[in-house]
Design a protein around this ligand. Structure first.
Ligand code: PXP
Length: 257
């Protein structure tokens, strides 16, 4: 990206999975993820993200249906590369699908997808989704091998897993945080040079968001757990507005830390 290129807008996708986590702790209907999505929209989110996991531990099939009906914002549907999820995505045709690795025993999506190892399978898997008009994104580590593979299978977007960077920030491991950030910076630039759209997500907080928001190639951040946690103290609207403010300030000033 040339030095004097105009700033690209940075979108905020709000992940509402953990509104459903709280609801499911008791069963029943509250808190309602669709209500959270509507509030997120009013607070300035550019999109809503929801992950329908194989074990349905948070978002349910009914939630996806309700979101598709109620949302005016684009829905980014996170899913594992399984036949069941592909059929659901093809039925709803959300604006975007993000393919993530999934293991039943994990608490959250712990790493990026191993695209390089499963190139053929994934190329066949994403083709019908792209043909159906969904923007296909692949959630990967900041690793050139994975970026090359994502490019070869025909993905239009990669989402960089920033979890290791965020963990290092929150645990005050500053030299690791700098190393992770340097890797993310290089790989965002590299992916952009291949013509891939670059997103980032996982574990972002008020403390860690600025350097990622300042990466000029990154055009979307997907943030969930921290925002839903902050909403307990501040309310969802101020929690999202503060994230938006920090993102915009970093983007506009190019502040890297
Ligand atoms: N992006 C992807 C691909 C994810 O899998 C997740 C977690 O579901 C997120 C972003 C959001 O991560 P967090 O909830 O830690 O903000």
């Amino acid at each position: 990206m040339p030095k004097d290129a105009p700033l690209r807008p940075l979108r905020l996708g709000v992940n509402i999975d953990h509104v459903a986590t709280v609801r499911n702790a008791r069963g029943g209907a509250v808190p309602d993820p669709v209500r959270a999505a509507k509030l997120a929209e009013e607070a300035g989110a550019d999109g809503i993200t929801a992950h329908l996991r194989e074990d349905r531990r948070h978002i349910s099939d009914k939630d996806i249906e309700a979101l598709m009906d109620a949302l005016t914002l684009p829905l980014n549907f996170e899913m594992a590369a399984t036949d069941e999820m592909q059929a659901i995505a093809l039925r709803h045709k959300p604006h975007a699908v993000c393919i993530v690795p999934e293991r039943r025993e994990e608490r959250t999506t712990e790493g990026g997808l191993e695209v390089a190892r499963e190139e053929n399978k994934l190329a066949h898997f994403i083709a019908p989704l792209a043909e159906a008009g969904c923007r296909v994104s692949i959630f990967i580590a900041a690793d050139q091998r994975q970026i090359d593979a994502a490019n070869r299978i025909g993905a239009s977007v990669i989402e960089l897993h920033v979890g290791a960077y965020c963990d290092a920030v929150s645990e005050n491991r500053s030299s690791e945080a700098s190393e992770e950030l340097a890797r993310l910076t290089d790989m965002a630039r590299y992916a952009d040079s291949l013509g891939l759209e670059v997103h980032a997500g996982h574990g972002l907080t008020y403390e860690s968001v600025a350097p990622i928001a300042a990466l000029p190639e990154v055009v979307e951040l997907n943030i969930g757990h921290f925002l839903i946690g902050e909403a307990i103290f501040l309310g969802l609207d101020p929690a999202i507005k503060e994230m938006r403010r920090l993102m915009d300030a970093a983007r506009n000033s190019g502040v890297m830390s």
